[in-house]
Design a protein around this ligand. Structure first.
Ligand code: G3P
Ligand code: MG
Length: 389
């Protein structure tokens, strides 16, 4: 059963301090990058939230006039005029690294504060698992992501599996895995890792980004989850399992949609249930969960507070005055981006585009958007006209 948790539902004092300091660091760096003097009254009363895959990027390339579209949100001097964020279910690298990658690809200066990824809410679980042994799964640098969030004892599933000889009986047929394993062993020797994986149980498993080797990952996760966090030992209580998102499909380079983390979840869940005869327990984050949109609104307010060189909450605005009249969600996936924005309600306004998962002529029948256009450039053009900005 999927248990959708509020993004900020698990908080402790420590975590508040951690988040506050992170936001402050990003905010002040962001302010330095984007500040210019100008009347506070020019701050727009709207914000924009961009989905990434199928909207701005496909297969590592910019699409739909995305660099030009984003450029319009900055002034001639390169300072940000209109508050916007990236709201993606993807991930696999820390927000700071994603911000530099996006800046490079899209040709504008992007702050880590503007990047909200599927796994970003995992940082709120540091209070629960910060000192426990946890395993991070997915493409990119899943363990690095978790370490940056503050988890202290993290192994990637590649590293973890390398401790158990024969855990993947098919590894000898995987040429890439053989090469990779030597690299992992080298890194492991350099790691300051004091756990004994044969007696110290894994307490949490985190699917950070799209898993790479589904067969091996399902096998190892079933081992961890069936045996109380100790593969090869007797059956035991299931450790916690978190998914950064639940996208069945997403749009990459190939013309037809690709299987996403939701498809992996279905595979793992069905296999686990069949093998164990009890239902897998897990929590999925990401869009269309309304708490993601609530969080996006507050991140956008943080971004807005850095415009015009204003310190947070400057200009004597009350919290109510700080709120947006409209937040535009530009997305390509009706069941994720549009459903989420619609469920979130006021002040969200959804714009569906045709460069990704959705390719229909008219609006989507099940999850109709407030507006449908061809691509992200048209979407931004529509917003700026509507807002007369
Ligand atoms: O793996 C990424 C995918 O599931 C969705 O990314 O940017 O379309 O939310 P995005
Ligand atoms: Mg998308």
């Amino acid at each position: 059963m999927s248990v959708y948790m509020g993004v900020f539902s698990v908080r402790t004092t420590y975590l508040k301090v951690y988040r506050a300091s992170r936001i402050q660091t990003y905010s002040s760096r962001f302010r330095r990058l984007h500040s210019h003097t100008g009347p506070d009254t020019q701050r727009p009363s709207f914000g924009i939230s961009f989905d990434i895959d199928g909207v701005l990027i496909r297969g590592g390339k910019a699409i739909g006039g995305s660099p030009q579209a984003l450029r319009r949100l900055y002034g001639d001097d390169g300072t940000l005029k209109i508050p916007y964020i990236f709201l993606t279910n993807g991930g696999g690298v820390p927000e700071s690294k994603r911000a530099s990658e996006l800046s490079e690809l899209l040709g504008v200066q992007i702050s880590p504060l503007q990047v909200v990824q599927g796994h970003s809410p995992f940082r709120d679980l540091v209070s629960r698992f910060g000192n426990d042994l946890i395993v991070a799964v997915g493409k990119g640098e899943p363990a690095k992501v978790m370490l940056e969030y503050g988890f202290k004892n993290v192994l990637s599933i590649d590293e973890y599996a390398s401790f158990f000889k024969g855990i993947d009986p098919l590894s000898r047929y995987k040429n890439w895995a053989f090469k990779q394993n030597n690299e992992i062993m080298k890194n492991m020797n350099e790691l300051d890792f004091s756990y004994n994986v044969n007696s110290d149980a894994v307490k949490g498993t985190f699917i950070v980004s799209d898993p790479v080797d589904w067969g091996r990952d399902i096998q190892v996760l079933c081992d961890i989850l069936s045996c109380g966090g100790l593969p090869g030992k007797e059956k035991g209580h299931q450790p916690a399992l978190y998914f950064a998102s639940d996208d069945l499909l997403y749009q990459a380079e190939f013309p037809a949609e690709r299987l996403g983390m939701g498809a992996f979840r279905i595979a793992l869940e069905n296999i686990f249930n069949s093998v164990n005869g009890i239902p897998l327990q897990y929590t999925s984050y990401g869009k269309p969960n309304p708490s993601v949109f609530k969080n996006a609104e507050s991140v956008l307010m943080q971004v807005a507070s850095t415009l015009n060189g204003n310190p947070d909450h400057a200009g004597g605005r009350t919290e109510k005055e700080n709120k947006f009249r409209t937040i535009y969600m530009i997305g390509d996936n009706p069941a994720v981006d549009i459903k989420g924005a619609t469920k979130a309600g006021y002040p969200w306004f959804s714009i569906l585009i045709r460069t990704g998962v959705f390719k229909g002529k008219d609006n989507h029948p099940e999850y109709p958007a407030d507006m449908v256009v061809e691509n992200v450039e048209e979407a931004v053009e529509y917003i700026l006209k509507k807002e007369a900005f």
